[in-house]
Design a protein around this ligand. Structure first.
Ligand SMILES: Nc1ncnc2c1ncn2[C@@H]1O[C@H](COP(=O)(O)OP(=O)(O)OP(=O)(O)O)[C@@H](O)[C@H]1O
Ligand SMILES: [Mg+2]
Length: 354
């Protein structure tokens, strides 16, 4: 992972091990998201009392907020085995049938990115979810026969960052749907203290506050910034993560006080300095920062919009008053939101569906 995507919500392969070391294993270690936690707690305890698997569970929400973590927690709380696969990995319905028929009673089947599952496999999944059986077609052409096979009662846990792309029939087959929201800075502070304890990193309260404010409401980013600040504190200071080491480290890594990285700031600076705040078209803006329009649109804009720094209007991209202020400039009169209304609540806006 390069410095440039230190605040990306997506996980890099190289950091999977680092993530696993701080991943909560049980529901009571899972920070915040109290509503989801309470509901899950009831669902799982109810099922265990009855001695039958709980309803199928759909977890939706932006990357890095804890869907995979919760899927594993569900299995751990049930004392069940877990099989893990993903929508893109299931290319043929036969692949899925093989997985389903090998499940043992009570297993959890976790399908990540379930919105990307191929259509024939999705249809097979319907009957497995509903009736715990699948029809496996053997042979081709007129001689093909469908052999019904039983599937042991199991719980499907599906995860998606794009719940809007799920088909209606798919969504209807989940008895429990949980939507994960962005975390408040206070929740991320709690999370950072927990991770620091596990990693054996001394951290002060103001150090945690400093990092939490730059983490874009996302646990994955908070943990990643903590690892980088730890490096800095160990190499350039006495190993303690304080407000000072956090600030210095994140300056080195180019993550600013709002969690914007170099490209985010380049976009805002171009908008403000070269286009007087806009409106300006996406492709013109992308050329100005030397990036592909897709990168600007998909990597930078979602957070800039959520943070109330950039607006997409029919005439193009516009810097808000908050963006001018963030760059230390005074917005001219008439700037979009130049009255500088309070920044929108960063953590309650649903950006699941672009
Ligand atoms: N509520 C939480 N409490 C503590 N740590 C958390 C919490 N939520 C997420 N994390 C941490 O954040 C990291 C990312 O979480 P996770 O992998 O579950 O995200 P995800 O929603 O599955 O992301 P993606 O959409 O990219 O698959 C994990 O390493 C986990 O340690
Ligand atoms: Mg995941």
């Amino acid at each position: 992972m390069t410095d440039d995507n230190l605040v990306s919500a997506y996980v890099a392969d190289a950091e999977l091990d680092a993530e696993a070391s701080v991943r909560p294993k049980r529901l009571d270690e899972f920070i915040a998201q109290h509503r989801v936690r309470d509901q899950l707690d009831l669902l799982l305890k109810g099922a265990m009392r009855r001695g039958s698997p709980p309803d199928h569970i759909l977890l939706s929400g932006p990357p890095g907020l804890g869907k995979t973590t919760l899927a594993n927690i569900v299995a751990a709380e049930l004392g069940a085995g877990i099989r893990v696969t993903s929508g893109p990995a299931i290319e043929r319905s036969g692949d899925l049938a093989a997985i389903l028929t090998s499940l043992t009673e009570g297993d959890v089947l976790f399908i990540d990115e379930i919105h990307r599952i191929a259509k024939p496999a999705e249809e097979l999944l319907y009957s497995a979810m509903e009736d715990f059986r699948v029809d496996v077609v053997v042979g081709k052409g007129p001689g093909a026969t469908a052999i019904p096979l039983d599937v042991e009662p199991f719980t499907l846990v599906g995860a998606t960052t794009r719940s809007g792309l799920l088909t209606g029939p798919m969504r209807d087959r989940f008895g429990f749907v949980a939507h994960l929201d962005f975390y408040s800075p206070a929740d991320l502070e709690t999370l950072l203290h927990r991770s620091a304890r596990i990693l054996g990193v001394p951290i002060t309260d103001d150090g945690a506050t400093e990092i939490s404010g730059r983490s874009r409401g996302t646990p994955r980013i908070a943990n990643r910034l903590l690892r980088r600040v730890r490096d800095y504190a160990e190499v350039r200071a006495d190993g303690v993560v304080t407000v000072t080491t956090a600030r210095e480290a994140l300056t080195v890594y180019d993550v600013d006080a709002l969690g914007l990285d170099r490209l985010d700031r380049a976009v805002l600076t171009a908008l403000v300095d070269s286009f007087r705040g806009g409106p300006v078209g996406l492709s013109t803006l992308a050329v100005a920062v030397g990036e592909q329009p897709d990168t600007v649109e998909e990597v930078c804009e979602p957070f800039l919009v959520r943070a109330g720094l950039l607006a997409r209007t029919p005439r193009g991209r516009v810097a808000t008053g908050a963006a001018w202020h963030h760059l230390g400039r005074t917005p001219p009169n008439g700037t979009f939101a130049a009255d500088n209304a309070p920044a929108p609540d960063l953590f309650s806006i649903d950006v699941d569906e672009p």
